[in-house]
Write a protein that binds this ligand. Structure first.
Ligand code: B1M
Length: 242
């Protein structure tokens, strides 16, 4: 490929006017833009789809989460590396920031409180952020304590916020066992029954959730938003004050 071709290709890219693309091509372009870490374009595409009456949830799943899935495949296969994936994550967060208030605007009075964080040694936060956003949308007050949380961090947050639910996220096979460390400490301190413990993250499954002693494993944010209110209701009913 000579220099002239590169210049021409760049010029072609510059010529794409997102607002003029039909939905399917726009979504495809957003997947490419997410892959290339182009935050402004992702923000623009997100706004265009919303203006075309797409629901926030549809934009999230079809344009953003699916784009990140593609990034994940090439990261796994050694085609993309950490710096590129960081840019993609940053672009994704640009789109999520626009969707956040829309997902949260349920108008329902808080039905419960949740503390959520990514466990020690793990800095992945996109999925956790999504869960927090969806739970806010489901009417929860969410206290997000960020990434790389030790047992002490989780306990400090539980003490401060007195939530109904503790949510833990892990994206690495090396960090997911830490969930058990936190739950074991809850048991050791006689506090296990004070909280509903939900766990999630790409490498987990139902069996793992049971093995570490969580109340439920949530496959994705939508499931978390369905499981959390149900479990709170069940717990309150069992206590005779539902
Ligand atoms: Co990382 N990374 N990464 N990474 N990264 C994965 C997880 C990996 C699967 C990529 C791969 O190889 N295919 C792989 C893990 C392999 C393994 O453990 N078996 C991996 C690796 C190896 C690493 C590093 C070790 C790479 C390195 O340094 N060599 C390193 C680790 C750093 C660390 O944590 N200590 C690393 C770093 C990074 C970045 C910093 C570059 C970046 C994170 C940026 C950020 O989060 N701010 C990154 C990213 C982006 C990914 C992938 C590509 C995408 C993750 C993501 O955001 N997905 C990921 C590949 C993949 O998962 N396909 C990968 C989108 C998100 C919406 O989905 O997070 O699954 P997810 O969340 C879902 C559900 O899982 C669930 O709901 C969410 C929404 O529906 N869920 C919950 C999640 N948490 C929940 C909590 C709940 C309930 C549901 O609580 C109630």
């Amino acid at each position: 490929m000579n220099d002239e071709t590169i210049v021409n290709e760049d010029a072609e890219d510059d010529d794409i006017i997102l607002a003029e693309l039909p939905d399917d091509e726009l979504v495809e372009q957003m997947h490419d833009d997410l892959y290339d870490g182009m935050k402004e374009e992702i923000e623009e595409g997100t706004n265009i789809l919303l203006a075309r009456d797409w629901s926030a949830e549809k934009v999230l799943n079809v344009a953003l989460v699916e784009g990140m899935r593609i990034v994940g495949i090439d990261f796994r296969d050694g085609i993309l590396f950490v710096p590129e994936v960081l840019l993609a994550a940053n672009a994704m967060k640009g789109g999520m920031a626009i969707l956040r208030p829309l997902l949260a605007e349920s108008g329902v009075k808080p039905i419960g409180k949740m503390v959520i964080g990514t466990v020690k040694g793990d800095i992945h936060d996109i999925g956790k952020n999504l869960v927090g956003m969806m739970l806010e949308g489901a009417g929860f007050e969410v206290f997000d304590i960020g990434i790389n949380n030790s047992v002490e961090d989780f306990f400090a947050a539980l003490k401060e916020h007195e939530p109904d639910i503790l949510g833990m996220s892990a994206l690495l096979t090396t960090t997911m066992p830490y969930m058990k460390v936190v739950i074991d400490e809850l048991i050791a301190q006689g506090m296990r029954d004070d909280y509903i413990v939900l766990v999630g993250g790409a490498p987990l499954n139902e069996e793992f959730g049971k093995a570490v002693g969580a109340d439920a494993y949530c496959r994705d944010a939508a499931q978390a938003a369905e499981v959390a209110p149900r479990m709170i209701k069940e717990k309150r009913e069992a206590a005779g004050n539902g």
